[in-house]
Design a protein around this ligand. Structure first.
Ligand SMILES: CC(C)(COP(=O)(O)OP(=O)(O)OC[C@H]1O[C@@H](n2cnc3c(N)ncnc32)[C@H](O)[C@@H]1OP(=O)(O)O)[C@@H](O)C(=O)NCCC(=O)NCCS
Length: 187
C-alpha cells in the first residue's frame, strides 16, 4: 500500500476499492457542502459509483496519468486529494482536493498539499504544479495562496457549474521556487 504520513494527525493513502463505502459515506454526508464547486458529487449516488471512480484512478496511477489519495485524520477518512492530471512529457501535474465540512479550518488540506507537492517534485521529478479554482471559491483559492503559488492568470468562463460559467483562477508553482521556499522556511 502506498501511504504518506504527513504528520502525527494526517496520513494520505492511495485509494483502493475496499475504501469505497467509507469515502462514499463522507461524500453522502457532505453533498450540500461539496456540490457547489464539485459537480461530480451529483453523479456519485452509491458506493458502487465511488468504487468505479477509485478503479479508474488506480488504472490512471498505473499509467502515471493521475493519482487519488484519501486523507485519514486520526484513523478516519475526512477527504481526498490527488493529481487530477499528470503530464509526464511536459513534467507538470494538477492538484485537486475536497474535505468533510467538519474537518475544515485546521489546515488539513494545506498540510496534505505540502506533502503531495514534496512528493511530486522530489519523487516524480516534475517541474510544475498547478491548482485551478473557480473565481468565487475563496476557501479553495486560499490554499495555493497560503502555499506561495503564483496567480498566473484568469481563464475566462472555463468552469460550468449548474447554471453559469465561472472564470478559473490558475495558480502555479515551479520546482525551483518550491525548493527556494523550503530553504527559507526550513521545512
Ligand atoms: C476548499 C476546501 C478543501 C478548503 O478547506 P479548508 O479547511 O479551508 O482548508 P485547509 O484544510 O487548508 O485549512 C485552512 C484553514 O485552517 C486554518 N489553519 C489552522 N491550522 C493551520 C495550519 N497548520 N496550516 C494552515 N492553515 C491552518 C487556516 O487559517 C484556514 O482557516 P480560515 O479558513 O479560517 O482562514 C474545503 O472548503 C472544501 O472541501 N470545499 C468544497 C470542495 C472544493 O471546493 N474543492 C476545491 C475545488 S477547486
Amino acid at each position: 500500500m502506498f501511504a504518506f504520513k504527513v504528520d502525527d494527525e494526517i496520513e494520505l493513502r492511495l485509494l483502493e476499492e475496499r475504501h469505497a463505502e467509507e469515502i462514499f459515506a463522507v461524500v453522502d454526508a457532505n453533498r450540500a457542502h461539496l456540490r457547489q464547486w464539485l459537480p461530480w458529487v451529483e453523479e456519485e449516488v452509491s458506493a458502487s459509483d465511488a468504487k468505479d471512480y477509485i478503479k479508474k484512478m488506480r488504472e490512471r496511477f498505473a499509467a502515471f496519468t493521475g493519482m487519488a489519495l484519501g486523507i485519514w485524520q486520526q484513523g478516519r477518512i475526512v477527504g481526498a486529494i490527488g493529481l487530477v492530471n499528470i503530464d509526464l512529457h511536459n513534467r507538470w501535474a494538477e492538484i485537486g482536493y475536497w474535505l468533510d465540512a467538519r474537518a475544515q479550518g485546521r489546515g488539513i488540506i494545506t498540510r496534505a498539499c505540502r506533502a503531495l507537492i514534496d512528493y511530486t517534485f522530489d519523487d516524480l521529478k516534475l517541474n510544475r504544479i498547478v491548482i485551478r479554482c473557480a473565481e468565487g471559491n475563496y476557501k479553495s483559492r486560499a490554499i495555493p495562496e497560503r502555499l506561495g503559488f503564483k496567480l498566473e492568470g484568469r481563464l475566462r468562463q472555463t468552469i460550468w457549474l449548474y447554471d453559469r460559467f465561472w472564470d478559473a483562477m490558475m495558480y502555479g508553482m515551479l520546482a525551483d521556487e518550491w525548493k527556494a521556499r523550503e530553504q527559507v522556511s526550513g521545512d
